[in-house]
Write a new protein. Structure first.
Length: 269
């Protein structure tokens, strides 16, 4: 087991971690982000994510879960932190333990493309919570990965990480500058690029989603960009009734992902 370092003041190390909670540029510069919660940390470790540091509360004994986790990470740096400082890093929570994880590369090839491929693109999202919700739904309904394109909120924003409830560590999530890089990557394989749009030509349940699919979800207020609409092979719509004019982006993604899962789980005729 690694020796335990102690932090009891707002030293340089603490300030780097604190800044990483709110500052995307500093997160990128340090190459790491903070994760809290039993399930997210457990899923990250189970899936082999590189843990740089484990920060624990210096004032209380470890729970059984935390002790077991540290035994699984014998060579990882350990820091015991004053509880009031740990609470600051936990924002509204009072975590027992925070894991500092290494940021993975934004490499589209982290997402496997096979004969049953299902990828999700979220175009220019503004809400980190929506990114997290879509990653969670993509994981729940069997997607191979999620891609966030354009000028967007960050996958590794603490609100996004929390909203995934651990799914961020179960499927690849990658950031791409624009639609061009994604299309260059996905066009190497026979994949249908399918956009969601309220003016789409086909109802979602009438489209054949059993083929390999890259599903496009647009910005929360503006929808899909013109570039993505033009790149799409098909545009589908979700029929809705009542007084609602549209669905929240994460809800729309979940509805389509459920339909894809339903179609793919039906026995062949």
């Amino acid at each position: 087991m690694s020796p335990v370092q102690r932090i009891s003041s707002r030293n340089a190390r603490f300030q780097v971690w604190q800044a990483s909670l709110t500052n995307r540029t500093k997160r990128q510069r340090s190459g790491e982000f903070l994760v809290q919660g039993v399930r997210p940390i457990s899923v990250a470790v189970d899936n082999g994510w590189p843990v740089r540091t484990v920060v624990t509360d210096a004032s209380r004994p470890l729970s059984r879960w935390a002790s077991d986790l540290l035994q699984r990470l014998p060579s990882v740096e350990r820091v015991a932190m004053a509880p009031e400082l740990l609470a600051e890093l936990g924002e509204k929570e009072e975590p027992e333990l925070i894991a500092v994880l290494e940021l993975p590369a934004d490499d589209l090839d982290r997402i496997p493309v096979g004969p049953e491929f299902l990828g999700v693109v979220f175009d220019r999202p503004t809400g980190p919570g929506n990114i997290g919700s879509i990653i969670r739904s993509a994981d729940a309904f069997g997607a191979d990965g999620v891609i966030v394109t354009g000028h967007a909120a960050d996958i590794y924003d603490p609100k996004a990480v929390r909203a995934t409830t651990g799914s961020l560590f179960a499927i690849p999530a990658v950031r791409a500058p624009s639609h061009r890089e994604v299309l260059d990557w996905v066009r190497r394989s026979p994949v249908a690029v399918v956009g969601t749009d309220e003016h789409g030509s086909t109802d979602v349940y009438d489209f054949d989603f059993t083929q390999p699919v890259l599903l496009l979800i647009g910005n929360e207020t503006a929808g899909l960009s013109t570039a993505w609409k033009e790149a799409a092979d098909h545009l589908v719509r979700i029929p809705i009734t009542g007084s609602a004019s549209s669905l929240n982006a994460a809800n729309a993604a979940t509805a389509v992902l459920y339909e894809i899962s339903r179609q793919r789980s039906r026995p062949p005729h």
